[in-house]
Unconditional design. Structure first.
Length: 157
C-alpha cells in the first residue's frame, strides 16, 4: 500500500477515535436512578437528575398525552417553593413550573402542569416504571433531541 494512503487512513481513524472520546466526555453525569410519576388518563413524567447533585438540574420527559410535549424532554431546574419544590423549565421565553411537589410531615403531593391540558394533573410515583428507566439511554435521547433528532420513546421503555 502507498505510504501516503496508509498515513491518511491512520490519521482519519485517529480523528474518529478522538471525536468519539470527546463526545463521551461532553456527556454530563446522570443520576443512578430515574423516577417516573403517573397521573390520570395515561400521563407519565420521567425525571432524571443530571450534572452535579447540588446543581439541581433534571431532565423531564412527558408521555402518554395528546400534546406536542409527548416524548419531549426538557431540562429543568428544581427550586425550593413554599413547603416543597418546583421543577421549572423555559417555555415561550419564561419560567414555567411544570411539576410541583408539596409536602409536610407524612404527606406529600405532586402535580404536573402542561399548557392546554388541564389545571394540573395529580401524579404519584410509579416504582415499576421507575425501575425500567435506563439513565444513559435517557440522556442519549435528550442529547439527540437537542441535535434535532426525534426521541424514540418513553424514558422507561
Amino acid at each position: 500500500m502507498n505510504p501516503l494512503k496508509l498515513l491518511l487512513i491512520v490519521l482519519c481513524l485517529s480523528g474518529l477515535a478522538t471525536s468519539a472520546q470527546a463526545a463521551e466526555t461532553d456527556r454530563p453525569a446522570v443520576a443512578r436512578y430515574g423516577k417516573v410519576y403517573r397521573g390520570g388518563e395515561g400521563l407519565t413524567l420521567a425525571i432524571l437528575g443530571i450534572g452535579q447533585p447540588d446543581d439541581g438540574e433534571y431532565l423531564l420527559q412527558y408521555s402518554g398525552i395528546n400534546h406536542d410535549w409527548n416524548w419531549k424532554i426538557f431540562k429543568a431546574k428544581k427550586v425550593p417553593s413554599g413547603i416543597g419544590f418546583d421543577y421549572v423549565i423555559q417555555f415561550e421565553g419564561r419560567d414555567y413550573a411544570t411539576m410541583i411537589e408539596r409536602g409536610s410531615t407524612g404527606y406529600s403531593r405532586s402535580q404536573v402542569f402542561v399548557p392546554t391540558v388541564a389545571d394540573g394533573v395529580a401524579v404519584g410515583y410509579d416504582e415499576g416504571l421507575s425501575q425500567r428507566v435506563n439513565p444513559e439511554h435517557y440522556l442519549t435521547d435528550y442529547l439527540e433531541q437537542e441535535s434535532g433528532k426525534s426521541v424514540r420513546g418513553a424514558a422507561w421503555r
